[in-house]
Design a protein around this ligand. Sequence first.
Ligand SMILES: C[S@@+](CC[C@H](N)C(=O)[O-])C[C@H]1O[C@@H](n2cnc3c(N)ncnc32)[C@H](O)[C@@H]1O
Length: 272
Amino acid sequence: MRMNFLIESTLQRIVYFASRYLGYANLAHDFAQKAGLFIAEKKQDYLYVDPSRITDLPCVEAKLALDLDVFRRFSEKVISENRTLLRFQRLFVIWQALYNVRHLKLPMVEVGSYRGGSAYFISAAMRHFTGEDIPLHAFDTFEGHPLSVLDHKKDPYHAKGMFSDTSYQDVVNYLLDFKGVVVHKGEFFENIGKLPDGKISFCHVDVDTYLTTKRCILQLMPRLAASGILLLDDFGAGKCPGVTKGVNEILDKLAPYQMWQMQTEQLLIIKR
Ligand SMILES: C[S@@+](CC[C@H](N)C(=O)[O-])C[C@H]1O[C@@H](n2cnc3c(N)ncnc32)[C@H](O)[C@@H]1O
């Protein structure tokens, strides 16, 4: 049984922030792993579940547990290195979605890659499930939300440049190990032409805002292969009302697809 810690004590807070801001995050992470610890910042107002609730599930005979040790390794890495805003529950939904599309062996797409953590997790998971480096096209401005697609009424909690504490080159370097990853810098709809023709197996859309969400779904759903999955982050999330509004407006177009509203503030759409 591993021990999992949330940052709650002052001491943990000091160690976490010192390691993060003094540039020793990897060192601290390796040390913590060797000591059997897992340390990550606890986010306020975030649907949170203790990782042990997922990763220490009793899995005697439970084949659907889907390699929980591997899930834990990848998810702890990207969370503790501060590469993703996602936490275990949402990553576990991604993990299972990828398991269910692994047979398609078709390219994948992520819109909203930010610091590269979710793209790393998707690539590592797919490599684990298929033994291959399946292409992943990762899109972001890497300069935060672009003003051109913000709607101040529908996206009241989002502003130009939010999530700009990242860089294209840093994310490219972080994902270098995966031969199939292509990182595209710029506003998604100005770049969508860079997505090669053909069907795709999986899309992760994590853009927080109204217009981009709506456009991503309308443009990417027709590109999905049968049984492919589009997973939308922040559906139903209070801090991203534009995401839910965007989906609600195109429900008639989504009627042919299977729709799964997860308790994790994610919407999982499956092409029949
Ligand atoms: C919440 S962050 C993504 C979080 C990331 N998936 C993770 O795991 O932490 C949202 C990202 O969407 C990007 N974004 C929003 N609208 C965009 C657009 N129209 N084109 C490209 N990137 C966009 C922002 O730059 C930002 O990095």
